[in-house]
Each structure stands twice: as structure tokens, then as C-alpha cells.
Design a protein around this ligand. Structure first.
Ligand code: UDP
Length: 345
């Protein structure tokens, strides 16, 4: 940390969201930077600090991106439509939010010499079956009628644009690829504080809270490796503290040790929920096809295992928290936030 850090500002676009709000807490705890949080809502950003300023607006607001790229040296872009149900149900909005809306940000960061730390996604690897390596693995997406891949394709094209600005126009950038980050405040409970199908954690939490069957898409055979939001934000804060090492890099952030099938995840969550909440009786699982659950155009990544040797090398980082260690706190967070609302229904 240097004396001049306290005079610099990091702007987190999407600072009121799930990842943005966790990141801001980490930045305030681990750096001296001033933090500018931009979002449309701030319910998830509960931290307060004289170094934190909230700006409640959309990134589409005319003049907003001009102002924040004038005022902040580092721009962290976390805004996204990133729940898989939207990829085939609202694909136009998905492409706009994940690609079109961010085009001016890339140009402005290039023109103004700002460092763009962009949150991309592990989904860009698509159906690539082996360990995913940032600078080697092909990005394998399905056919156009499989609209599942709108998100991955939009995110990939933005990565390629950022890379091109970096190579040919001098943009300082770092691209982060998160691999299924699990933690408190992820998504919403459908019918209480959101609508539509969220990601798997909130889907399973809703079933647990309402004592309904947990739905296993295609039998829950797909596999994911889950990284705790604490390990994830630790890695991103390390990136932001290491500009020289991380500029021009694409970096996977995930935990290959926490690789489980979705069925195994469901079974773990039921067991932990029952031990924490003393809930009697049995929970059931219900198999459902992907098309039935998400609608036509759904497709899936069978497995997502990150190679994290680059993150280890550049950041001196290693993810620590196992799935069994992270799930109790996460489950309790949902129980505490939602059981009153569930009980009143
Ligand atoms: N899934 C499931 N039941 C649910 C929600 C999701 O079996 O209620 C599956 C989904 O089909 C996918 C995996 O869980 O195979 C992870 O889904 P998530 O929504 O978290 O996003 P993804 O990792 O696919 O981007």
C-alpha cells in the first residue's frame, strides 16, 4: 500500500449487486482506496465508510460513464444479466446488458488511460470438457438456436474487444473469469424479492424454505466447482493491489477442489439445512429436463473445472474454503433473511 492510494478512487459498476457488494467490503478492509459504488439498488451493500460513496443510477444514464471514468483511476465492471434462465428467455436483453451497454466503458477507459478490471465469466468456456486454461482452452459454444449461449457469446465478444483495445490502442485491462461463486446474498427468492428462476443456490434454498422438492435438471448430473465469495473477493482485491502483474491478463478465479455434481450439492444442502434448522421429515428430489425447467433453447455445460495456476502465481492466492465449510453460513443467511416472509405466506 502506498501513500497515494488514499487519493485514488475505484469505481465498482454494479456495486450494489451480489459480487459487487462483497468486493466493496473487501476493498474497504484491505486497501486505502476511495470507492465509488454505482447501482440502481443498494439493499445488498450494507457496509458504510467515509471512503465509500453510492451513486444510485443505471450505467445507461447519459453522462454517467463519462463522469466515473473522469473521476476514478480504476473501473471494475460487474454489471451483468447472469442468471441462466434469462439467456434463452430474454436473450436480447442478455446480449444488450452484457455487451452493448459496456461498449462505451471500454472506449472511455482506453481514451482516458483508466484500468478496466472486467468481470467476465467461466461460461465463456462453454462445453469445453477438460480443465479450463485462460490462454489455451478453446471457447466451445453450441449452435445459435441453443440460446443458452447468448450470455457466453456476448461475454466472449466483450473480452475480445477489451483484448483488442489492449493490444492495439493501449487499454490497461484485466479480465476476471469467476467460476460459480457461492455466498450470502446471492440472487433472490422467487416470489419474495425477485421473479423468475435464479441460479441453483437460490433455487435450492427456496425449495428448502418452502419444503418443496428440489428440482434436479437432467437428474443433477452436471458438475460445477464452487468457490466461496470470500476466496473470490480476496483474489480480486489482490488483483487490484497488483496492477503491474495483472494488467493484460485473463484470470480464472475458482476452486477446483470443490467439484461436485448438482445432485451431490442438493444432498449436501438438505443435510446441512436439516442439521441447522432441526427440520423434521424428508425432502424429496424431482428430476426435470432442462427444456422443461428453463424452456426451449436451454443447453448446459457438463462440467467446469478451472485451472488456477495463473491466479496462484500472479496473486500468491489459494482458495481455502471447502463446500462443507461454506454452506452452513450461506444457508443460515437465507434462513435469517427469508423465513419471516416465507412463514407469512
Ligand atoms: N440446476 C438444477 N436445479 C435448479 C437450478 C439449476 O439442477 O433448481 C442446475 C442447472 O441446470 C446447471 C447447474 O444447476 O446444470 C448450475 O446452474 P446455475 O443456475 O447455478 O448456473 P450455471 O452454473 O449453469 O451458470
Amino acid at each position: 500500500m502506498t501513500d497515494s492510494d488514499s487519493t485514488k478512487s475505484v469505481c465498482v459498476l454494479g456495486g450494489g449487486g451480489y459480487l459487487g457488494s462483497h468486493l466493496i467490503r473487501g476493498l474497504l478492509e484491505e486497501t486505502e482506496y476511495r470507492v465509488l459504488a454505482v447501482d440502481q439498488t443498494f439493499e445488498k451493500l450494507t457496509v458504510s465508510s467515509p471512503r465509500l460513496k453510492r451513486v444510485q443510477t443505471s450505467i445507461q444514464e447519459p453522462g454517467l460513464l463519462e463522469t466515473v471514468t473522469a473521476d476514478s483511476e480504476i473501473l471494475v465492471s460487474t454489471t451483468a444479466l447472469c442468471t441462466p434462465a434469462l439467456y434463452n428467455q430474454r436473450p436480447v436483453e442478455v446480449i444488450e446488458a452484457n455487451f452493448v451497454d459496456l461498449l462505451p466503458l471500454v472506449s472511455l477507459c482506453t481514451e482516458r488511460g483508466r484500468w478496466l478490471v472486467h468481470f467476465s465469466t467461466s461460461e465463456v468456456y462453454g462445453t469445453f470438457p477438460d480443465e479450463m486454461k485462460e490462454d489455451e482452452s478453446p471457447l466451445v459454444l453450441g449452435p445459435v438456436h441453443k440460446e443458452r449461449w447468448t450470455y457466453a457469446c456476448a461475454k466472449q465478444l466483450l473480452e475480445r474487444l477489451i483484448w483488442a483495445h489492449g493490444q492495439h490502442r493501449g487499454l490497461a485491462f484485466t479480465i476476471v473469469r469467476p467460476f460459480n461463486v457461492f455466498g450470502p446474498r446471492m440472487d433472490y427468492i422467487e416470489g419474495i424479492d425477485g421473479a423468475g428462476i435464479p441460479r441453483v443456490l437460490a433455487c435450492f434454498m427456496r425449495s428448502l424454505l418452502y419444503r418443496e422438492p428440489l428440482q434436479l435438471v437432467d437428474g443433477g448430473r452436471s458438475r460445477r466447482s464452487f468457490v466461496s465469495v470470500g476466496d473470490f473477493t480476496d483474489a480480486v482485491v489482490r488483483i487490484i493491489k497488483r496492477p503491474e502483474r495483472c494488467r493484460g491478463e485473463v484470470i480464472n478465479i475458482g476452486n477446483p477442489q470443490n467439484d461436485v455434481s448438482i445432485r451431490e450439492l442438493a444432498e449436501k444442502m438438505v443435510a446441512i439445512y436439516q442439521s441447522l434448522c432441526g427440520s423434521a421429515g424428508r425432502f424429496s428430489f424431482q428430476n426435470i429436463s432442462g427444456e422443461m425447467f428453463y424452456g426451449p433453447g436451454y443447453d448446459d455445460s457438463p462440467r467446469r473445472i478451472p485451472d488456477i495456476s495463473k491466479a496462484r502465481r500472479l496473486l500468491g492466492w489459494n482458495p481455502r474454503v471447502t463446500l462443507d465449510e461454506m454452506l452452513p453460513d450461506i444457508i443460515l443467511d437465507y434462513v435469517n433473511r427469508y423465513s419471516a416472509a416465507v412463514g407469512s405466506r
